[in-house]
Design a protein around this ligand. Structure first.
Ligand code: FEO
Ligand code: CA
Ligand code: CA
Ligand code: CA
Length: 623
């Protein structure tokens, strides 16, 4: 989300860095030289181990895609062979793609999720009704995943997040005037699951489906894990739990489910009457006016001053598990993964078959977390237990010597037992617990992804308010961000790691590799790192998707978006020959800046949409 809404700082803990390493500007060349030594060492270990089963969706192609036998991560310059989009070409009201590639627009906001459903085409003089919107693709396209049907490369379920849509974009006015307006806004948020298929002419389209569904702010949901029945998740109104909101990035499990992550949920709450924030409400950034959605005016569930709805706010800020193949499954909020502003989940299968989730909390000076399931995920599932319900949650501490520690958030730690009553409270107030343990405040952790050499990459999008640098966040201020990476000591289940910085965005400015504000990340099985951006780019560029060679550090630009959009979300078919990415908030909803995806000059409101990307020669996307 790019706007000022996520720019607040709620971390008032003493964990704010005071190391005396001001403006420690490490040169990019030195960084990469040391990284390459580390990764060379890491690769040898990975090959020697040769047992790592990294996991992608368990719908059949995970093993093939991640098998270490098939892994040839370091083919040097051969990894990137496409003609990059030049800096000088990467701007304007329509997208630009590498001359070796082509794209198709799919499922813009308002597309019916069933072919004969109601459609909205961006006409500024009409809007969908709330009921129509609940049958259509929402707005704010973000994280997504492709779940193939019968392992096919031309047919599957696409699960996609709808992070946010400002009232001016969705309603055509700043403030809702009635409950119908609020419901329209609520139905534009959440998740869509649609069935898509490629035709013989190569074009993808939405097809009729008994699996397709919309999940939004009023969809029934349930809780599981240690905090599921906690009093902090009950209201005195006794209302059943409903909905998911501000669904930012995502994850996917080896057992074939989709994980959607609730990020800036605080912004949808407000107060119509007298309200004094608690310590926890302050730490999570709740305020009287929220982000200006005005839901609290017509829907008391979002009114912080209504005593009977106290704790409703604790029902948001979780990772939610969705079965993309079963429209009747009730989405499950997995409390063992903690409550914070979840950007996304990078899930990998670590030592002993444990499911390991790396997660960023996207706010200035907030933290990076890791969850490790209690046991082998297959065993747990065969016993009817969820690997995401039992396990340990850790928060990261980055030491200046290049080492790091995972600090467990457990009520068994006396430091936490002194402040919290039980594990449910620790998880519900994970940020406050992490403050107590001395976690390292980061420059807005966004996506995490696991490369074939077991390095975990994490984008730190920016932090213009940083005053003291440390080695892991070496720029003060850091307006353009960087990408950090680490490697756990025990195949993802240990409590320590080593880390280094992959790239500092500022060091690319003025070159053909120019980018700022890294956000979406995906490491493919060959060692390419897809980097998507969300923020003011330098050198005149629109937001973009680039591909990096993780061995050499080379970066090439594959795609640039349209005026004032953000490029986010990345999914591929099993054979990696088709990729899906998103344009979020094109033109910030302003038709005078762009009408995309409608033709320029049509007067239509720009609409968030998905791009289907293929290489013209049919090759792997990114090559
Ligand atoms: Fe939803 Fe952190 O971007
Ligand atoms: Ca975003
Ligand atoms: Ca962002
Ligand atoms: Ca993001």
């Amino acid at each position: 989300m790019i706007n000022d809404n996520d720019n607040g700082i709620t971390n008032k803990s003493k964990n704010r860095p005071f190391e005396d390493i001001l403006k420690a500007r490490i040169s990019r060349r030195n960084l990469l030289a040391s990284s390459m030594m580390l990764s060379a060492a890491g690769f040898v270990t990975a090959v020697a181990g040769n047992r790592v089963q990294q996991a992608v969706a368990g719908t059949g192609y995970g093993r093939k895609m991640w098998s270490s036998r098939r892994r040839h991560p370091w083919r040097g310059g051969e990894l990137l062979r496409f003609e990059p989009v030049k800096v000088a070409d990467g701007n304007g009201p329509v997208p630009v793609i590498s001359s070796d590639y082509e794209y198709q627009v799919l499922i813009p906001w308002g597309t019916p999720i069933q072919p004969r459903g109601p459609e909205y085409d961006g006409d500024p003089n009409t809007r969908p009704t709330a009921d129509e919107q609940a049958q259509q693709i929402g707005i704010g396209h973000d994280g997504m995943h492709f779940f193939p049907i019968r392992r096919k490369n031309n047919h599957g379920m696409l699960a996609i997040n709808h992070e946010f849509g400002n009232n001016s974009h969705v309603l055509g006015k700043d403030d809702p005037e009635n409950l119908e307006d609020v419901r329209l806004s609520q139905h534009a948020h959440g998740v869509s699951v649609v069935e898509i298929k490629r035709r013989f002419n190569g074009r993808w389209r939405v097809v009729g489906s008994n699996k397709a569904r919309r999940i939004h702010v009023n969809t029934p949901v349930t809780f599981s894990g240690p905090a599921a029945d906690h009093s902090l998740l009950q209201t005195s109104a006794g209302n059943a739990p409903l909905g998911t909101v501000n669904n930012c990035s995502n994850g996917y499990t080896p057992w074939g489910t989709y994980l959607t992550c609730e990020e800036n949920f605080n912004g949808y709450f407000g107060a119509t009457g007298e309200w004094t924030p608690t310590e926890a409400q302050e730490r999570y950034g709740f305020s009287e006016g929220g982000f200006g959605y005005g839901w609290e005016k017509f829907d008391p569930r979002f009114d912080l001053s209504k005593a009977e709805y106290k704790n409703e706010e604790n029902r948001f800020g979780w990772v939610v598990e969705i079965d993309p193949m079963d429209a009747y499954q009730i989405p499950v909020k997995r409390t063992a993964l903690g409550r914070f502003k979840h950007e996304g989940v990078g899930l990998v299968v670590g030592r002993g078959g444990r499911a390991v989730c790396y997660m960023g909390d996207d706010q200035r000076f907030d933290y990076i977390y890791k969850f490790v399931s209690a046991e082998n995920w297959r065993q747990m599932r065969s016993q009817g237990r969820s690997p995401l319900d039992e396990g340990k949650l850790y928060v990261a501490k980055f030491n200046d010597d290049g080492s790091g520690d995972w600090l467990e958030l457990t009520i068994d730690n006396p430091l936490l037992a002194a402040k919290f009553k039980d594990q449910g409270e620790v998880l519900t107030y994970a940020r406050l617990a992490a403050d107590e343990l001395g976690a390292t405040p980061m420059d807005r952790p966004e996506w995490t992804t696991i490369a074939p050499d077991e390095y975990v990459y994490c984008s730190l999008t920016n932090n213009s308010r940083r005053e003291q640098a440390d080695k892991a966040n070496p720029l003060a201020p850091n307006p353009d961000g960087h990408i950090i990476r680490w490697r756990d000591t025990n195949r993802h289940v240990g409590t320590s790691f080593t880390w280094d910085i992959f790239v500092i965005a500022e060091d690319t400015h003025g070159t053909e590799e120019s980018f700022s504000d890294p956000d979406g990340l995906w490491a493919d099985p060959e060692g390419r790192l897809f980097i998507q951006t969300d923020g003011g780019q330098k050198d005149g560029l629109n937001n973009q998707m680039l591909v990096a060679n993780t061995k050499t550090g080379e970066i090439r630009r594959l795609f640039t978006g349209v005026t004032d959009d953000e490029i986010t979300g990345v999914a591929v078919t099993p054979n990696q020959r088709t990729m899906f990415i998103n344009s979020q908030h094109p033109g910030n909803g302003d038709p005078t800046l762009t009408n995309f995806p409608a033709p320029q000059g049509s007067g239509k409101i720009p609409r968030d949409c998905t791009f289907v990307i293929v290489r013209k020669n049919g090759g792997i996307v990114g090559s």
